[in-house]
Design a protein around this ligand. Structure first.
Ligand SMILES: Nc1ncnc2c1ncn2[C@@H]1O[C@H](COP(=O)(O)OP(=O)(O)O)[C@@H](O)[C@H]1O
Ligand SMILES: [Mg+2]
Length: 409
């Protein structure tokens, strides 16, 4: 029987979804590139993952963090930076947790004890400390030093460290942002010498992975402030919606053999989904991970039987519609005025006529050059449209909302 306690779909942030879809390339980047390189002592840039709300940025890195923990590595639980708050405090607290995991808190090494002390201060007082900067090194340096110690310990224990800082767009203070990027970057690029047999030494990087996640504006801001340094130290990915095939694949287990749930008598039973129901979910959620979870959750609740039918999906969607529309409207509302206007005008133009010139004219401009800047931001910074080979929407839910009755069916 389907009910609240066995519903596997989890719209809303904070919980790692059990029904996982796609993001294969991003997970592979960790398993096949970042992790092996870090373990081998090779330098590897940090990762910045940006994207519009609800695309699964936080979730993706949380999943990578749990992979790290599952194999005995040390990962911070997603450090969320609240808006307007000193980012240093939160990051310092997270690095202290890593130091704990690495067993450094119990260290009798005086130098390590001193660094720990400084970072503890920072975690309590934050940047306020910089006021008496004259008395000692910058609080950011303390952070770097402690991270380096954590990294050294990880080398000894042959493991990796992952630091995940979320909602990085909330760092509004320019100084704080560039200092934080420098301090994390310094730890990532630091190299140590490890003694080998026969008097040889190996120079290697520390196995520290830094993942920054947040809204697209962050990457833009970071590269405009500390441009070259940021790009040299962090590789940026803009998340796009998940493909229909990947969503279908995520639902395959529901179709056959069925999703396993406890039967209340110590055993298990299975909840199945008809292929038509799965197709409906694919169509309705348009590759948006949040909408996928929402559609799934509502379909699950629409009835209590052991088979999720197309009717259940449609009935559930009725209840989900306001939330689905609100999700897309939030994304639209966030856009700067000109970009929002561009998106509206582009949606109003027939798909075959979506050329730069045509859209520019429809916006009241004389030539394509006038819209170049907005179009480029919507493409490269936000991943909402693509300009090549011709103008098209990448964000399919946004397109559906602007060009059809969706979320109405
Ligand atoms: N790969 C995925 N497969 C299935 N559901 C996902 C996936 N990524 C994210 N979700 C779901 O989408 C919702 C939004 O994810 P979240 O990570 O909070 O987005 P963001 O941080 O980009 O705003 C959550 O309900 C989450 O469970
Ligand atoms: Mg998030």
């Amino acid at each position: 029987m389907r009910g609240a306690t066995n519903n596997p779909f989890t719209p809303g942030s904070g919980i790692s979804p059990v029904v996982w879809a796609g993001r294969v390339d991003q997970l592979r980047d960790w398993t096949d590139v970042v992790r092996p390189r870090l373990l081998a002592g090779l330098p590897e840039r940090g990762r910045t993952i940006v994207g519009e709300p609800g695309l699964g940025k936080s979730t993706l890195v949380r999943r990578i963090a749990s992979m790290v923990e599952a194999e005995g590595g040390w990962a911070t639980r997603q450090v969320r930076l609240p808006s307007g708050v000193d980012p240093l405090k939160a990051v310092a607290a997270a690095v202290l947790k890593l130091a704990d995991a690495a067993g450094l808190s119990a260290s009798r090494d005086q130098r390590i004890a001193a660094v720990l002390d400084r970072v503890r201060h920072v975690s309590v007082r934050g940047v306020a400390l910089t006021i008496d900067r004259a008395e000692g090194p910058e609080p950011y340096t303390a952070l770097t030093e402690l991270l380096i110690e954590v990294g050294r310990e990880a080398v000894r224990q042959r493991t990796v460290v992952l630091l995940h800082i979320d909602e990085v767009q909330n760092i509004t203070d320019e100084h704080a942002l560039s200092q934080l990027l420098i301090s994390l970057g310094d730890a990532i690029t630091y190299s140590i010498e490890v003694p080998l047999q026969g008097n040889a030494v190996l120079e290697r990087s520390l196995p520290i992975a830094v993942y920054l996640t947040g809204l697209p504006e962050f990457a833009e801001k970071a590269s405009s402030r500390s441009g070259a340094t940021f790009a040299r130290r962090f590789a940026t990915t803009t998340l796009k919606p998940i493909s229909d095939d990947d969503i279908r694949l995520a639902l395959a287990e529901f179709i056959d053999p069925g999703w396993q749930v406890p039967d209340g008598a110590g055993g298990f039973s299975r909840i199945r989904m008809t292929p038509r129901a799965a197709t409906r979910i694919v169509e309705l959620c348009l590759g948006e991970p949040f909408l996928f979870q929402l559609a799934g959750e509502r379909a699950w609740y629409a009835n209590s039987g052991t088979v999720i039918t197309e009717e259940d999906v449609l009935l559930g969607w009725e209840a989900a519609k306001p939330e689905a529309a609100a999700h897309v409207e939030r994304i639209l509302d966030r856009l700067p005025e000109k970009e929002r206007e561009f998106v509206h005008v582009m949606a109003a133009v027939e798909p075959k006529d979506r050329t730069a010139t045509h859209i520019a004219r429809a916006m009241g401009y004389r030539s394509a050059a006038n819209i170049g800047a907005f179009a480029q931001r919507l493409d490269t910074v936000r991943g909402i449209i693509s300009r090549r080979p011709s103008y098209a929407f990448t964000h399919r839910a946004l397109e559906a909302h602007l060009t059809s009755d969706w979320p109405d069916i």
